[in-house]
Design a protein around this ligand. Structure first.
Ligand SMILES: CC(=O)SCCNC(=O)CCNC(=O)[C@H](O)C(C)(C)COP(=O)(O)OP(=O)(O)OC[C@H]1O[C@@H](n2cnc3c(N)ncnc32)[C@H](O)[C@@H]1OP(=O)(O)O
Ligand SMILES: O=C([O-])CC(=O)C(=O)O
Length: 373
């Protein structure tokens, strides 16, 4: 038996993948051999989703076909809209997506593995409709029109949220964020989704597992926590003092550090440039200055660098996206990666079931209820 004392499975190789490489020798990220820098510069989220799900970048004809199908796949059934309207106003948006996914699994079940790619495409297309329909209903008491001429996740999401077509800069900024969020090897939510898939379960269940695991602040929830932190400060000096106080109390600063990357998260550098563009455009350079000062303090005091969640929070904020929808955006992107991993797990499956090092009491006689004191 191989025994590891690594808490949190840090550094443990738990399987093989041909989908992405994260931090080989501590740096860099590739999706199926393409660098994240190239994909963020020259590709779109829909192309990246095809790359992850089908294994190769689409030809222009395949891409157009994928986009054309999206319009129908974005639709919400009357039953789904009625369900979303009945959820409590206080629901956590991640619970809305997780519950919506479960229900879709009841209405459009996966009967056979041949349907897996169609279901992944449907989930990618329907998530912006689902979350925006619910959000606008709860906050504006308004039933939005789900039809939009937007053929991309980024465009559709922004159009439904703001009731108007986004500018090209805004749409592209969100598109790039989705590319960066789409896939990340054996991160906690993807690994959890693979465990679910390894039992022979359906794709909807694996995606629900991913959503539930992503929600926590140590993983996807960090983008919302980062924004809450940044919003506490009105200027860089105040931010420096606030972060120093938190560090003195041994509190974690969300949006910093990473399990695999050791000196930088390559996605953060790309997102930081977009955050600056958007802060300039919306005249929120104070917010950018606060974020940059937090980065400086974290580097100086802890040697820690921002991960993707930190500057994504600034960019999403400038796009007028409510903080509560930041982690759902992560879901919209990561569904591509989760799906690719489920397909890969299924293609060469063996039940994922490690063993534990028992540290409880040694065997002992049962004490009957009347003898217990
Ligand atoms: C897209 C993503 O999901 S990226 C991750 C998003 N999550 C966050 O941003 C949450 C904040 N960051 C963290 O909690 C961690 O850095 C993680 C969860 C990302 C990685 O965790 P691990 O590899 O388990 O590192 P761990 O939490 O053990 O930290 C190691 C040391 O660095 C410190 N540290 C790590 N991250 C931070 C942080 N953000 N703020 C302050 N200290 C930190 C820890 O306190 C610990 O210090 P100690 O050894 O003195 O106790
Ligand atoms: O890889 C991780 O542990 C977390 C992360 O950055 C991601 O899932 O994008």
């Amino acid at each position: 038996m191989i025994l590891t004392n690594s808490t949190g499975l840090a550094g443990v190789v738990a399987g093989e993948t041909a989908i992405s490489t994260v931090g080989k020798q501590g740096v860099g990220l590739t999706y199926r051999g393409y660098t994240i820098e190239d994909l963020a510069e020259h590709s779109t989220f829909e192309e990246v989703a095809c790359l992850l799900i089908h294994g190769e970048l689409p030809t222009p004809a395949e891409r157009d076909q994928f986009l054309a199908k999206r319009i129908a796949q974005q639709r919400l059934s009357d039953e789904m809209m009625s369900f979303l309207e009945q959820l409590p106003d206080t629901s956590h948006p991640m619970d809305v997506l997780r519950s919506g996914t479960s229900l879709l699994g009841c209405w459009e079940p996966e009967h056979s593995i041949d349907q897996q790619q169609r279901i992944a495409a449907r989930l990618l297309a329907v998530f912006p409709s689902m979350i925006c329909y619910w959000y606008r209903f709860v906050n504006d008491r308004f039933r939005i029109e789900i039809e939009s001429e937007q053929t991309t996740v980024a465009g559709h999401f922004l159009q439904l949220l703001h009731s108007g077509a986004p500018s090209e800069v805004d749409r592209r900024a969100l598109d790039v964020a989705l590319i960066l969020y789409a896939e990340h090897e054996f991160n906690a939510s993807t690994f959890a989704a693979r465990v679910t898939a390894s039992t022979g379960s359906d794709l909807y269940s694996a995606i629900c597992t991913g959503i539930g695991t992503l929600r926590g602040p140590l993983h996807g929830g960090a983008n919302e926590a980062s924004m809450k932190l940044i919003s506490n400060f009105t200027d860089p000096e105040q931010a420096e003092q606030g972060v120093l106080r938190k560090l003195a109390r041994r509190e974690k600063i969300m949006g910093f550090g990473h399990r695999v990357y050791k000196s930088t998260d390559p996605r953060s550098e790309i997102m930081k440039r977009w955050a600056l563009t958007l802060c300039k455009q919306t005249r929120q350079l104070k917010t950018y200055a606060v974020a940059e000062r937090i980065e400086t303090v974290m580097q100086r005091e802890k040697g820690l660098f921002p991960n993707l969640d930190f500057y994504s929070a600034v960019a999403f904020h400038c796009l007028g996206i409510p903080t509560a929808l930041f982690t759902p955006l992560f879901v919209m992107a990561r569904t591509a990666g989760w799906s690719a991993h489920v397909f890969e797990q299924r293609s060469n499956n063996r039940l994922i079931r490690p063993t534990a090092n028992y540290i409880g009491p040694s065997q002992r006689p049962l004490v009957r209820p009347h003898q217990r004191t």
